[in-house]
Design a protein. Structure first.
Length: 368
């Protein structure tokens, strides 16, 4: 999958405050995919009971909360953040506000997706594994099979993903069955890094084997470099699982979109989810030779978009294909994943088409 997940409530997002594009990514992601958390914080900081809230960036480079109360009155709350601080960590600050809000508001406000995600992570398990075999699914997607004892791993056959931890130097770093996520966090706080980690989607799963697809390109980071050279016997720790695909209700029609990094999740959802009657997909790859056929065709309608000479994360061919797509009249849900800035453009497009927040979840799996 990727090196950074923009929406992630576990990984830290340290954004350089002098980069307005990074700030815009953060704001758009929280307003679109975590509007429940934004509203919770707004109700904590405001004296009124608000019906809606969104984060906005003021002209003087200040983050504010724009709120609308039950009387449809607008108000603006200033967030105590110095956007010019190089030490600023959005995630830590905002998660802190969520905890403060929960302590004050109690159970009167429904739990947010971020809170549920954090709760689930506290019970996530670490699994020692070794590479069993590898093979190429396409020219730039490599399937790696991990063997281990996965009997305690619970999945729903959707888009569950695991945090894969590998040694940076196989000759000096050895993992064992006692290795945990806490060990990884401690190592990441040290100046010299001896391990690397990133989230990847489970493609197939059994009690003693997990298969994952790794995209190999110039932006795939340490894990991509490891995957390119991975061979039988190489060690890895798998931690999780976690998931993003969680529609609030049953939808008849799924509309899925992704670049290569999101294809494993989308194909798993299409092939295993029984809560829909039809699935329409939009996949961006380099050209026809990079397409990956789907096993089940009865209710899956695939559209392959070729970016050709564009670099991964660049160009608007996927965006333009979706612009030309006429939204169905049936009950549909949109789920998408890919490069963060491209996904932000696609979210904006669907908003302009009249798609509501509870009808879609489009997120950045990686950032160019």
């Amino acid at each position: 999958m990727i090196t950074i997940i923009i929406y992630d409530s576990i990984s830290f997002i340290k954004l350089p405050m002098n980069d307005s594009k990074e700030i815009t990514l953060f704001v758009d992601n929280y307003n679109s995919n975590h509007s429940d958390a934004v509203l919770l914080v707004a109700n904590y900081l405001s004296k009124d009971k608000n019906l809606s809230a969104e984060i906005i960036i003021s002209k003087n480079n200040q983050l504010n909360l724009k709120t609308i109360n039950k009387n449809k009155k607008e108000d603006y709350l200033v967030l105590d953040l110095d956007l010019n601080s190089k030490k600023l960590d959005f995630k830590t600050y905002f998660i802190g506000l969520i905890y403060q809000a929960r302590e004050k508001l109690g159970s009167g406000f429904p739990k947010t997706k971020i809170e549920k995600d954090i709760e689930k992570s506290l019970h996530s398990l670490s699994f020692y594994s070794e590479v069993n075999e590898t093979k190429f699914i396409s020219k730039n997607i490599k399937e790696i099979s991990f063997i281990g004892d996965f009997r305690k791993l619970e999945t729903q056959n959707n888009d569950e993903f695991l945090f894969v931890i590998v040694p940076l130097d196989k000759r000096k770093t050895f993992l064992d069955k006692e290795y945990s996520m806490e060990d990884y966090r401690k190592q990441m706080s040290e100046e010299k890094k001896i391990t690397a980690g990133a989230y990847y989607t489970i493609r197939n799963f059994s009690e003693d084997e997990i298969k994952m697809w790794f995209v190999l390109h110039s932006h795939s980071g340490n894990l991509g470099n490891w995957a390119e050279k991975a061979k039988t016997g190489d060690q890895a720790i798998l931690w999780g699982p976690r998931s993003m695909f969680s529609p609030s209700k049953r939808f008849d029609h799924l509309i899925l979109l992704a670049d290569e990094t999101g294809i494993p999740a989308m194909k798993t959802i299409c092939e295993n989810n029984k809560n829909f009657n039809k699935c329409t997909t939009f996949y961006e790859v380099i050209d026809k030779s990079f397409q990956i056929p789907t096993n089940k065709k009865n209710k899956i309608f695939e559209n392959w978009i070729h970016r050709e000479d564009d670099e991964p994360g660049e160009g608007d061919k996927l965006l333009e294909s979706l612009r030309a797509f006429v939204l169905p009249e049936d009950n549909f849900y949109i789920f998408g994943a890919g490069e963060a800035r491209q996904m932000m453009k696609i979210r904006k497009l669907f908003k302009e088409k009249g798609v509501s927040k509870d009808q879609m979840h489009i997120t950045g799996y990686w950032k160019k």
